[in-house]
Design a protein around this ligand. Structure first.
Ligand code: CA
Ligand code: CA
Length: 609
C-alpha cells in the first residue's frame, strides 16, 4: 500500500511542470527529505561567493582597507566578488526549478581573507583556507544566515551538504628556515625523525615518543617540541588566528614543508603552504569530531563533502566517519551522506575504491565517471570506455550499492567545465554540435548510476577558459573581464548580465532529465546492467531496474555524429515500452530485443510497461 502511494506521488512529481516549483508544491514531496537515500538526490554544487550577492553590506567581510586586507575585488578572478548565503537563499527557487534536490555549498567557514607572497596574493573566496571552524565567514554572512538557508531548503524538501576540510587550516604557521618566502621542501620522517631536532644527527627531543603509528593520547602527550623538521612559529598578530584555540598550537601540525603529492608528503606535507594537521594525533581527531559534530547538532545539515580526503591518514577517517554518522542519527538524520574528494582525474577505479575500503569513506566523488564521460562524449573515445569504468563498480566497499551513492559529475571548480572539455576535444565542432555534446553528457550524468552533481553555471552555458579560478564564473552580473569576453553556449548573452534565466537549452534539458530521474526509482536506486557498447564512438546502452517492481528502463546514447539503428538486448519480460524521452519502439522486436533508432549525439529513455 505504502509503495503504491509512493509510486503515485513520484509519478505526480514526474509530470509536474518544469519550472518555478514553489514551497507550496514542495510541502508534499514524494518522500520526506529525511527519508530519501543519498542516491535519490540531484546535487547542485555552488561556490557561494560566485552565486548571488544577497547583501552588499557584507562584501568586505567586516574588514577595512584595500583588497589586500578585505579580499574584496569583484573585477579580479582570485578575490571575493560579494556572493553570500543570503544570495543563495534568494535564488533557492531557481535551484529547485532546475530539478536539484540537494545543494552542496562550497566551504563557508571563516577564512584567512588574503594569502600569498607579495605580488602573488589571492583571497579565500573559495573557502578552503579556514581559520575559524565555528563560524561562517563574514563575507558570506552569519551563522544565523546559514541556519535560515538550511531551514528554507528543508521546508521545501531540499537537502544541504556542507563542504568540509580536516587536512589543513589556512597558512598561518611559518618556518624559521623558510623566511621571506623561500621554498620549503618536504622533509621526510626518515631524514627528520620526530625524536631528533633538525635531522638524524640533531639533539634528542620528545623523549619516549614511539612514533606516529602509536595512536594513544599517552604517546602523543610525549610529543611536545614541534621542531623536528623545521622550526615552526606563529607570526606576530596571528597567535590566536584560529578557532577553536587548540588549533593555534604548532604541535598539532606536521611542519615538514610542502607536499609534492607523490610520496609520504601526500599525507604529511603542506598543501600549497596550508598548515597540514597531524591527523594521527587523537587530540586532533577528537577536535575535528567536536567541530563538525556541532554543525550537525546546530544546523541539522544532510551531509558532508570532504575536501582533500586522500591527504589525511585512513585511521582519521575510520574514527571520524562513524562519529559523524552517529551524530547525525542522534539528530534524526538517518541518511546523512559523506563523500570524499579523491582527486585522480583518470580512469583508475581501484584507487577511488580503496578509499571506501581502507578509509571507510561511505562514498567518494566519482572522478573515473567524469573521465569516462569526458573521453567518450568530448574526446571521441570508444563507448567501451564507459563499460570498463562501470565494470569496476564491485571494487567499492559494498560493491554496486556503494557505486550508486557516488556523486558523479562532468567537471568542477578545480578541473574546469565539461563544455570546455568538449571545445578542446572537438575543436572543429560547430556551436550546435558542442551544445548537443554538452546535453548528451548531462543525459548520461542524470540517467546513469551515481548521484548526479551539477556544477553551478553549467546549466547556463558557462564555458570555463581554464581550470581553477577560470572555472569559477559569477552567476550574478560579473565584472571580471576574462569571464565576460567568453560567449556562453545556447544563448547570445555573456556573464556580464545575471544568469538566472530558465530558457537556456541546457537548463531545460537538465530540468527535464532531473524530473524523469527523480520520478523513477529505477533511475535513482536501480541496478544498472550494461546492454551495448563498442570499440568506437556510437551506441552505449544500459538498463536500470526498479528495485521494488523490477520494471526495466532502457537508456541508449549515440556518441557519434552518424545516425544509429540497432537491436538492443532487454529483458524477455519487457515486451512493451513507452518513451520517457525521445522516440521508443512500442513493442519489442522479439523476446529480449528492442530496436532503437538514434539521431547523431542523441539519446532515448524507454520504460517497459
Ligand atoms: Ca555580499
Ligand atoms: Ca595531511
Amino acid at each position: 500500500m505504502i509503495r503504491r502511494s509512493l509510486l503515485a506521488a513520484l509519478l505526480a512529481t514526474a509530470i509536474a511542470p518544469p519550472a518555478r516549483r514553489g514551497p507550496a508544491r514542495a510541502a508534499t514531496p514524494a518522500l520526506s527529505y529525511r527519508d530519501r537515500l543519498p542516491e535519490d538526490e540531484v546535487i547542485y554544487f555552488v561556490l557561494p561567493d560566485r552565486f548571488e550577492n544577497g547583501d552588499p553590506k557584507n562584501d568586505t567581510g567586516k574588514l577595512k582597507g584595500d583588497r589586500l586586507v578585505t579580499g574584496f575585488d569583484p573585477t579580479a578572478k582570485g578575490f571575493y566578488h560579494g556572493g553570500d548565503i543570503k544570495g543563495l537563499l534568494k535564488r533557492i527557487d531557481y535551484i529547485q526549478a532546475l530539478g536539484a534536490t540537494a545543494i552542496w555549498v562550497g566551504p563557508i567557514f571563516k577564512n584567512k581573507a588574503v594569502q600569498g607572497s607579495k605580488g602573488n596574493e589571492t583571497a579565500g573566496y573559495h573557502g578552503y583556507w579556514i581559520t575559524d571552524f565555528t563560524q561562517v565567514d563574514p563575507h558570506f554572512g552569519t551563522n544565523a544566515d546559514f541556519k535560515a538557508l538550511v531551514d528554507a531548503a528543508h521546508a521545501r524538501g531540499m537537502k544541504v551538504y556542507m563542504d568540509i576540510i580536516a587536512n589543513h587550516t589556512a597558512d598561518v604557521i611559518k618556518y624559521r628556515e623558510c623566511e621571506a618566502d623561500k621554498p620549503c621542501a618536504y622533509r621526510t620522517r626518515a631524514d627528520y625523525p620526530y625524536t631528533r631536532k633538525g635531522g638524524v644527527n640533531g639533539p634528542a627531543i620528545n623523549p619516549g615518543f614511539l612514533g606516529d603509528g602509536v595512536a594513544t593520547p599517552e604517546n602523543f602527550a610525549k610529543l611536545t617540541d614541534p621542531s623536528w623538521a623545521y622550526t615552526p612559529y606563529l607570526p606576530k598578530g596571528e597567535e590566536k588566528a584560529k578557532v577553536p584555540a587548540w588549533l593555534n598550537d604548532p604541535i598539532y601540525y606536521h611542519n615538514r614543508g610542502d607536499s609534492t603529492f607523490s610520496t609520504e608528503d601526500s599525507l604529511l606535507g603542506d598543501f600549497g603552504g596550508l598548515d597540514d594537521l597531524m591527523t594521527e594525533n587523537p587530540r586532533v581527531i577528537a577536535g575535528m569530531i567536536d567541530i563538525y559534530g556541532k554543525w550537525i547538532d546546530d544546523f541539522g545539515i544532510d551531509g558532508y563533502r570532504i575536501d582533500t580526503a586522500q591527504h589525511v591518514d585512513p585511521a582519521f577517517w575510520q574514527a571520524f566517519v562513524p562519529a559523524m554518522l552517529a551524530r547525525a542519527k542522534a539528530k534524526g538524520i538517518p541518511n546523512f551522506h559523506i563523500f570524499g574528494e579523491v582527486f585522480t582525474g583518470d580512469l583508475d577505479v581501484a584507487r577511488l575504491a580503496a578509499h571506501t575500503r581502507v578509509d571507510k569513506l561511505p562514498a567518494v566523488l566519482d572522478f573515473a565517471f567524469e573521465r569516462a564521460v569526458a573521453d567518450t562524449v568530448a574526446r571521441g573515445a570508444p563507448t567501451s570506455e564507459l563499460f570498463h569504468m562501470f565494470f569496476g563498480d564491485p571494487a567499492y566497499e559494498n560493491g554496486e550499492a556503494t557505486a550508486r551513492t557516488l556523486p558523479t559529475f562532468l567537471g568542477n571548480h578545480d578541473m574546469g567545465r565539461f563544455s570546455m572539455f568538449v571545445k578542446a576535444g572537438m575543436p572543429q565542432a560547430s556551436d550546435d554540435e558542442v551544445l548537443k555534446r554538452v546535453i548528451l553528457g548531462h543525459a548520461m550524468l542524470l540517467t546513469l548510476r551515481g548521484v548526479p552533481t551539477i556544477y553551478y553555471g553549467d546549466e547556463q552555458g558557462f564555458v570555463s577558459k581554464g581550470n581553477d579560478q577560470l572555472a569559477r564564473e559569477d552567476m550574478f552580473a560579473s565584472k571580471v573581464a576574462v569571464y565576460n569576453d567568453t560567449r556562453l553556449l545556447g544563448t547570445t548573452k555573456t556573464s556580464a548580465t545575471p544568469s538566472f534565466g530558465t530558457e537556456n537549452p541546457i537548463f531545460k534539458a537538465i530540468a527535464e532529465l532531473a524530473r524523469i530521474r527523480t520520478g523513477h526509482r529505477a533511475l535513482t536506486r536501480g541496478r544498472q546492467v550494461p546492454r551495448a557498447w563498442g570499440d568506437k564512438p556510437g551506441l552505449f546502452a544500459v538498463s536500470r531496474f526498479d528495485p521494488e517492481t523490477g520494471k526495466e528502463i532502457l537508456i541508449a546514447f549515440n556518441t557519434s555524429t552518424a545516425p544509429i539503428t540497432a537491436n538492443v538486448l532487454v529483458d524477455d519480460a519487457s515486451t512493451a515500452f513507452t518513451a520517457l524521452h525521445g522516440a521508443c519502439e512500442a513493442k519489442a522486436a522479439a523476446p529480449g530485443s528492442l530496436k532503437v533508432s538514434l539521431a547523431p549525439l542523441d539519446f532515448i529513455i524507454c520504460e517497459a510497461q
